[in-house]
Write a new protein. Structure first.
Length: 350
């Protein structure tokens, strides 16, 4: 595998990038294990304060000499109109009372955006990736001036064009098969849903930046397929969620092992995301508004309660389409097996 490019990807010995996995599975131990095996381990900063991110970065650097990488959530334009989610929240409140379930209050947060940017410009990492929006050219320039590459996650050719215009170094191309939140710059009902391989082809026709493929990748053959389609590496999340280093809770681990299918929903957070079908999704997806992170804060206490009780039907079981292929192995072993299987697949196709 030739990873010789003018990006952090050129320093990898295997084309495996750990997806950030915000909200629980992301841990310093997981990021370090992937980096130590020759991949690139990302730390998720989503839902953490800047101080918590600093502590996790310090812990990761103690565990690996590999390049540190951090993912940031780009804040949206501002709070959603309360009228857009009031009916849904009232319905959830009635549903929760009948089941003895705790809910929170709608709240808007920019995920400590400015403080995290200040941290990453004063204590830079090799790679900063962006999700949920396109950073400004000024933000990109400040991070690059500090010594970081800036990667932007995109879900359409138009988003790829916008990211290239602000100076992104690498594009993470997220197909519809990917687990967790859609990275769309704007969450809208009419936002396109491209499968990964067609999206790679369309983005390659639009921009000349290095591409990292993301979405439903869990085997060496799948990595070989996206490399052949023009990606430089594969970003993989769900396939690492059963690793002992991952912070995946026990109920989520159980669901990942099951044959349940996935679906897209806004029911848990107010933003479109792919997760394993369960009772909460079935009952509430049709009514869920576009209101992130307001709905995230409403359902957060319920999800915490469900994790403690092992209650699968009230959890956001984020997972990609190929979740059944996840293996219960140490993360480093997963990387090594993926690398070997990728080489074997490429050799067969040569």
């Amino acid at each position: 595998m030739n990873l010789a490019h003018s990006t952090a990807l050129g320093n990898l010995t295997t084309p495996v990038v750990l997806a950030p996995l915000a909200g629980g599975p992301s841990k310093p131990e997981l990021a370090a294990a992937v980096s130590n095996a020759g991949g690139l381990g990302f730390l998720a900063s989503g839902y953490l304060s800047a101080q918590e991110l600093k502590e996790r970065l310090f812990a990761t650097r103690r565990l690996t000499a590999g390049p540190p990488a951090v993912n940031l959530f780009v804040p949206g334009p501002g709070p959603a109109d309360p009228a857009s989610y009031r009916v849904y929240v009232d319905k959830l409140a009635s549903w929760a009372r009948s089941r003895g379930v705790e809910l929170g209050e709608p709240n808007y947060s920019d995920d400590d955006w400015q403080a995290k940017l200040e941290l990453l410009t004063t204590a830079p990492v090799d790679v900063v990736s962006m999700t949920f929006g396109c950073p400004s050219a000024t933000v990109v320039q400040s991070l690059r001036a500090a010594g970081s590459e800036v990667w932007v996650t995109i879900t359409s050719p138009e988003e790829a064009r916008q990211a290239a215009e602000v100076g992104a170094d690498v594009l993470v191309v997220q197909g519809a098969e990917a687990g967790g939140h859609r990275a769309s710059f704007v969450d809208a009902p009419e936002a396109p849903l491209y499968s990964l391989l067609p999206l790679l082809a369309l983005v390659r026709a639009k921009v000349s930046l290095p591409l990292v493929a993301s979405g439903g990748i869990a085997t060496g053959a799948s990595i070989a397929a996206v490399l052949t389609a023009g990606a430089i590496a594969a970003q993989i999340g769900t396939a690492f969620m059963l690793a002992p280093e991952a912070g995946t809770n026990s109920a989520h681990r159980s669901a990942l092992r099951s044959p349940r299918t996935t679906t897209l929903t806004r029911a848990f957070t107010g933003r479109l995301a792919r997760g394993i079908r369960n009772g909460f999704i079935a009952e509430h997806s049709a009514d869920a508004p576009i209101a992130y992170p307001e709905i995230h804060y409403v359902t957060a206490p319920m999800r915490k309660q469900a994790r403690a009780a092992g209650e699968i039907d009230m959890l956001n079981l984020w997972a990609g389409d190929a979740h059944e292929l996840a293996r219960e192995l140490p993360a480093g072993e997963i990387v090594r097996q993926l690398a070997a299987d990728t080489n074997a697949a490429l050799h067969r196709w040569a």
